[in-house]
Design a binder for this molecule. Structure first.
Ligand code: 6PG
Length: 250
């Protein structure tokens, strides 16, 4: 399965121009968005995107992005309460949501005791708000993803069962590497998106970025580095990198 659309790499000297360019691009996308439904974004968790979210609520973006036209979802969530320090929702709430109350936010309730039921509930919510064709996966206008040094993205970790999920859009995934369970979107949803942005910064990501972007067989390497399983069928894929993360690329 090769990407139907080109894969673009955008590399910046450091994180400030990187996050500025991403904010400018998002502003344009929301401005150009047409249709009754809001512009839907699945947010990445972890630490890297926090400064991008903070950039979005600084002038001029806070005033210029039509936040009532934006709906925020999540790519994955840890099994903690929404006020826990490890919560992806908490990070996005502090960096972004509190500053733009006009936007709609759909939180993954991963703290629920029955994670499978909570995943099913999130899938039903996506079906209600995002489905375009009864038989196909919901289409996000934008999916933002990070990448771990093991090549995981969202909570699609190497050798975990969620990598093989082709029916459900949201699953509870056992992650033995972290001795935990996570809730995560699956490849059918990620690959149905109109746009996928992969964000990586810092010298610590240089090896995984080089390994993944040098791969000539992404479909077979996806088992080792799950990020390579993200190959939007018709949407476009952009790698947003700072120079440190891209430093081993020729
Ligand atoms: C999460 C994320 C995960 C993250 C990577 C990179 O819940 O942790 O969804 O996929 O994007 O682990 O995390 P950093 O940005 O902290 O390096």
């Amino acid at each position: 399965m090769t990407p139907a659309m080109p894969v673009t790499r955008k590399i910046f000297p450091d994180t400030h121009p990187l996050f500025l360019a991403m904010a400018q691009e998002l502003r344009s996308l929301v401005r150009e968005h047409r249709g009754e439904r809001p512009f839907s974004i699945a947010l990445a968790g972890g630490s890297t995107p926090q400064r991008f979210y903070e950039q979005l609520v600084r002038p001029p973006f806070k005033e210029q992005i039509l936040w009532k036209q934006v709906a925020f979802y999540f790519g994955d969530e840890r099994c903690v309460s929404p006020d826990h320090e490890d919560s992806n929702y908490r990070m996005a709430h502090q960096a972004l949501f509190t500053h733009v109350p006009e936007a709609q936010v759909f939180r993954m309730e991963a703290e629920a005791p029955d994670l499978d039921a909570s995943a099913a509930a999130y899938e039903a919510l996506m079906r209600q708000h995002l489905i375009r064709d009864q038989d196909r996966a919901p289409v996000f206008d934008l999916v933002l993803l990070g990448i771990g040094n093991d090549g995981h993205t969202a909570s699609l970790f190497p050798q975990t069962t969620a990598l093989h999920e082709q029916e459900h859009w949201v699953v509870a995934n056992d992650v033995p590497q972290l001795n935990t369970r996570r809730m995560t979107l699956t490849y059918p949803v990620l690959n149905a998106a109109q746009r996928v942005w992969i964000l990586a910064t810092g010298i610590s990501k240089r090896h995984i970025i080089a390994d993944c972007l040098r791969s000539h067989t992404p479909q077979t390497d996806a088992a080792r580095w799950p990020i390579l399983g993200v190959q939007p069928s018709s949407g476009n894929l952009i790698w947003w990198l700072d120079r440190d993360a891209a430093s081993l690329l020729v």
